[in-house]
Design a protein around this ligand. Structure first.
Ligand SMILES: *[C@@H]1O[C@H](CO)[C@@H](O)[C@H](O)[C@H]1NC(C)=O
Ligand SMILES: *[C@@H]1O[C@H](CO)[C@@H](O)[C@H](O)[C@H]1NC(C)=O
Ligand SMILES: *[C@@H]1O[C@H](CO)[C@@H](O)[C@H](O)[C@H]1NC(C)=O
Ligand SMILES: *[C@@H]1O[C@H](CO)[C@@H](O)[C@H](O)[C@H]1NC(C)=O
Ligand SMILES: *[C@@H]1O[C@H](CO)[C@@H](O)[C@H](O)[C@H]1NC(C)=O
Ligand SMILES: *[C@@H]1O[C@H](CO)[C@@H](O)[C@H](O)[C@H]1NC(C)=O
Ligand SMILES: *[C@@H]1O[C@H](CO)[C@@H](O)[C@H](O)[C@H]1NC(C)=O
Ligand SMILES: *[C@@H]1O[C@H](CO)[C@@H](O)[C@H](O)[C@H]1NC(C)=O
Length: 329
């Protein structure tokens, strides 16, 4: 602005500049989005990497703030990704006013407090990632209102209480990825018979305090690739009929639970037989259960897949097929 030579004009220039700068943000919607983001920022008490330094009013357009992404018209925030920024603080419920948000990723920070129930009103949300923080309390049932959610990751927090049934869908669901692992969740896996997680590819519930059996309705998840229920207190027979419906399974982790085999814990054959068509299977972990009985010869039919099988810490006996290099009992 070298043309502004006189102070009289300088003032004029200043007004014009500020009009130009704020002119882009004049839409009332964006003003609302700004208030929500600033409320979020006020909940952050420590920002050692200065991730939120650009979040001030000194001329940087809100759509260019670190972690913020807007739609093409630059009038709505569609993404807030502040993962791995060492942020400390709490999640402001005001985020719920970012009504066009598609992605909310605050994973790998030091965020405490609760997951605000208000997040359940971000109806457009496709991805919610809050993993690896210090979030406590219950999982709000309102997250079950997020009918367009594809990716849900609340793993490695301090969440407690039962998993709200609504979370796993009300009827059908678009969820492809569910990770609630490494928390202190209790109760059963709440999947009712009239529910269908038909799009599900990943279900990670390891290291919680879940009880009961593997719900039969999981057999509707025929696209499942990765099922990890390790280190819970799940019981009942190994879920043969369920995994039989999952030809795309690659990783099946059922170790450190209280599973038994068929026919009063004497017959492992039905379970291994149910996996012979899962030609992508890479790893099968059954260690640390209450499995009793003879290792069935059919286990050899899985070996062509170069599958790794862990059966240790059970009460099994019998010959290991020679084809196996990676079977441990
Ligand atoms: C505002 O943001 C700019 C650019 O990141 C930074 O240089 C400045 O220190 C910030 N001001 C405040 C008050 O945080
Ligand atoms: C964001 O910054 C880029 C590069 O500095 C600029 O071209 C763009 O116009 C800015 N976007 C908005 C909405 O101000
Ligand atoms: C937004 O802009 C990008 C690049 O200009 C374009 O590829 C994309 O289709 C646009 N999206 C919408 C929803 O208009
Ligand atoms: C959302 O914005 C409205 C005003 O537009 C306000 O009354 C409400 O408290 C805000 N919601 C949250 C959760 O901050
Ligand atoms: C489980 O969560 C704790 C924090 O609650 C974390 O320290 C630990 O690394 C996590 N474990 C794994 C295997 O990610
Ligand atoms: C669950 O689905 C039923 C039938 O589609 C609907 O009436 C009900 O409002 C839904 N409940 C919630 C909490 O979304
Ligand atoms: C889901 O599985 C349950 C239990 O196997 C079954 O009763 C129900 O009909 C299935 N739902 C659909 C839509 O296939
Ligand atoms: C495996 O596939 C074959 C051929 O399609 C079929 O006859 C058999 O019933 C399948 N086995 C299981 C356990 O689903």
């Amino acid at each position: 602005m070298g043309s502004c030579k006189f102070s009289m004009f300088s003032l004029l220039c200043l007004i014009i500049i500020s009009l130009l700068v704020s002119g882009e943000e004049i839409s009332p919607q964006l003003v609302k989005e700004r208030i929500s983001l600033l409320s979020f920022r006020s909940g952050i008490v420590l920002d050692p990497e200065g991730a939120l330094e650009s979040w001030n009013s000194s001329g940087i357009h809100l759509c260019n703030w670190t972690g913020v992404k807007c739609n093409n018209a630059s009038d709505r925030v569609i993404q807030l990704d502040l993962s791995g920024k060492s942020l400390r603080g709490r999640i402001s419920p005001a985020l719920a006013n970012l009504s066009s948000l598609l992605v909310l990723d605050l994973s790998r920070n030091f965020i405490e407090g609760h997951v605000p129930a208000e997040l359940g009103y971000l109806f457009q949300l496709r991805q919610l990632s809050l993993s690896c923080n210090r979030l406590g309390g219950d999982i709000p049932k309102e997250l079950g209102f997020l009918h367009r959610l594809v990716y849900l990751d609340l793993g490695s927090n301090k969440l407690a209480g039962d998993i709200p049934a609504l979370l796993f869908g009300n009827g059908s669901s678009s969820l492809e990825y569910i990770d609630l692992s490494n928390n202190s969740l209790t109760g059963k896996i709440p999947l009712k018979n009239d529910c269908e997680l038909g799009a599900l590819r990943f279900l990670l519930l390891w290291s919680n305090r879940l009880v009961g059996g593997v719900p039969p309705a999981l057999s509707n998840s025929t696209n499942l690739e990765w099922l990890d229920l390790e280190s819970n207190m799940l019981s009942g027979e190994l879920p043969s009929e369920i995994v039989r419906k999952m030809p795309k399974l690659q990783f099946l982790y059922l170790s450190y639970n209280d599973f038994v085999s068929q026919d009063g814990n004497t017959n492992l054959e039905p379970f291994f037989a149910s996996l012979v068509n899962s030609s992508n299977l890479e790893e099968l972990e059954l260690a640390g259960n209450n499995l009793y009985g003879e290792i069935p010869p059919i286990i050899g039919d899985l070996s062509t897949n170069f599958v790794q099988i862990h059966l240790d810490e059970n009460l099994l006996y019998g010959a290991i097929p020679l084809t196996f290099q990676t079977l441990s009992i």
